[in-house]
Design a protein around this ligand. Structure first.
Ligand SMILES: Cc1cc2nc3c(=O)[nH]c(=O)nc-3n(C[C@H](O)[C@H](O)[C@H](O)COP(=O)(O)O)c2cc1C
Length: 155
């Protein structure tokens, strides 16, 4: 399975989640490419079986500034037929915990993308064993979901 992970991280917590996810995908024999999440590159996205977007949350439940243009650009693309998983890091001190994850998921769905039903939200970095497991379970869940969709299309 070809997977593209695109993410933003300011203090490396989202990056730490990305690393756990990437390692897990590689144990599942996936070919994983990691890039910064800045522009949309629609044609590039459609070359992958699975696209993962990762972001921390800023302000008062907002997207980070560096995603604002990309978020607007999404309005001009049709994501139909592309499978997505969305993850991110936040801080439970804020009322809108990890809201950037919801914003991204809603926008991708609005543009026709198929978003895995569980969204991965981790407080800060996945430091505990439970949090690492949560990231891995998310990843296995997305992986199985994409595989299942492929077999049902092939039927
Ligand atoms: C000014 C500021 C605003 C923030 N706002 C939110 C927020 O609304 N919701 C949330 O869950 N986390 C919020 N955070 C916490 C970050 O999302 C959190 O520290 C995250 O782990 C950073 O991820 P990164 O290390 O990948 O940059 C905020 C942090 C700062 C400094």
């Amino acid at each position: 399975m070809k997977v593209l992970i695109r993410y933003v991280s300011m203090t490396s917590n989202t990056e730490d989640i990305m690393i756990v996810i990437k390692n897990k995908l590689e144990t599942l024999n996936c070919e994983v490419k990691v890039e910064e999440l800045d522009f949309v590159h629609l044609q590039k996205l459609s070359a992958y079986d699975l696209v993962l977007f990762g972001s921390y949350t800023w302000g008062d439940g907002d997207l980070p500034y560096e995603l604002e243009d990309m978020y607007e650009d999404l309005d001009d693309v049709d994501l139909t037929g592309i499978s997505f998983g969305i993850f991110g890091s936040g801080d439970r001190f804020y009322p809108a915990f990890c809201q950037a994850v919801d914003l991204l998921a809603d926008k991708v769905k609005e543009r026709g993308g198929d978003v895995f039903s569980s969204l991965l939200k981790i407080e800060f970095s996945p430091d505990s064993e439970e949090e690492v497991l949560e990231c891995e379970q998310f990843e296995v869940g997305v992986y199985e979901w994409v595989k299942e969709k492929d077999t049902s299309h092939a039927r």
